[in-house]
Design a protein around this ligand. Sequence first.
Ligand code: ATP
Ligand code: MG
Length: 453
Amino acid sequence: MADPKKTEKIVGVKGMNDVLPDDAPLWELFENTVQSVLRSYGYQQIRTPIVEPTALFARGLGEVTDIVEKEMYSFTDSMNGDALTLRPECTASVVRSVLEHNLTYDSPKRLWYAGPMFRHERPQKGRYRQFHQVGAEAVGFAGPDIDAELILLCQRLWDDLGLTDIRLEINSIGDAAERQRHRADLISYFEQHHDQLDADAQRRLHTNPLRIMDTKNPAMQELVNAAPKLLDYLGDESRAHFEGVQRLLRHNSVPFTINPRLVRGMDYYNRTVFEWITDKLGSQGTVCGGGRYDPLVEIFGGKPTPAVGFAMGVERLLELMKVAGGDFSRSQCDVYLVHQGDEAQLQSFVIGERLRDAGLDVVLHCAAAGGLGSFKSQMKRADASGAAYAIILGEDEIASGTAIVKHLREADMTNNQQSVSLEALTDHLIDRMIGDDEHDHGHLHAGQLNTHH
Ligand code: ATP
Ligand code: MG
């Protein structure tokens, strides 16, 4: 017997989730859709490491941000003393990589990434410690055109995913000098109302007063609503840029509202900022945030290079897809191979490979702890797999060079099986599946036969 103390179950890290097989089809559908939308706008994928030097985020995000102040998974590499951090976001990594490999030496770049991010937050619905983002970064582009393109790209993605309850809010936070003038007026405004500031706001008053505008505290809403608006401090160029974005959005029929209080969490943003928000997910309703970050490349030691991007929260979008409804389940395979006897097992392997060559998804029944099991128990597995067909091979079939093809999803179960010669088996199945498919959905091809969306 094993020592009971040693066999105690170990559970995963709090706030970090497993994606289980039942949810995998939804993730795959999302990932495939995202990839094809990004490609349709000419964005190229970039993959950076999950671990980066801590200094990258401290410098890139600004010291006085939620992330850097209290959310980073930072640690010292015990082998060499390096200060490292699990990436809390990916813009800093992308910009680092662009500079390190001089990616923009000949032309601006449209880039995208996807993957896990890590923030030590209080776990709750829509807020996790490991979560996933898909993001795009357009590096080297200066005009309002690319800002609008990124927003349009998001709109197309929501459309392709069947999501309708997402609205767009935009704002301009100007450039550093404009924010400086606004900041001075904002501080004196908040100082005049010091007694109404919560602890967070008091702490931020002189470090990052703009972030007070971002407060979620209901008691401060009125105060914040009446505060000086950054939009009123924009100079001609910033205003023209913002108007350019709006003109393109209107021209492309993308509805939006201007939210003068919208600021983004990170210090490096300037000019255009935007968020996509839904009311269907409770308080974790921001599914995507983005904006311009023209100063960042220079902060990282590169020559001045304008840039703009967004990041979307995959878990929140998947939740929204579930709320919107639809069947995202998927069968495990097209065909399940049931067999009894040594010869039949050998033949099943041959048939399995042949069907896979023809593009079908095939599960071959394999022995569990109790062995292969009876025909009956194998048929139960075949049913549970969601396969459209079982192929059955027993001693009689081997003797006559045939297999039984059994339709598992037919309404009329009395006349649902047929003996087919082994040579004709592949063609027979393909023909029938194409027939079923035209009947069911019209025009999908073999590789998609078992995808029901
Ligand atoms: P929030 O205000 O919700 O904390 P944020 O401003 O910190 O969001 P960003 O850094 O802009 O978020 O990240 C972009 C998107 O990533 C968010 O809009 C959200 O959809 C998602 N996201 C951010 N943090 C988390 C998290 N801890 N768990 C799940 N998704 C997250
Ligand atoms: Mg946050």
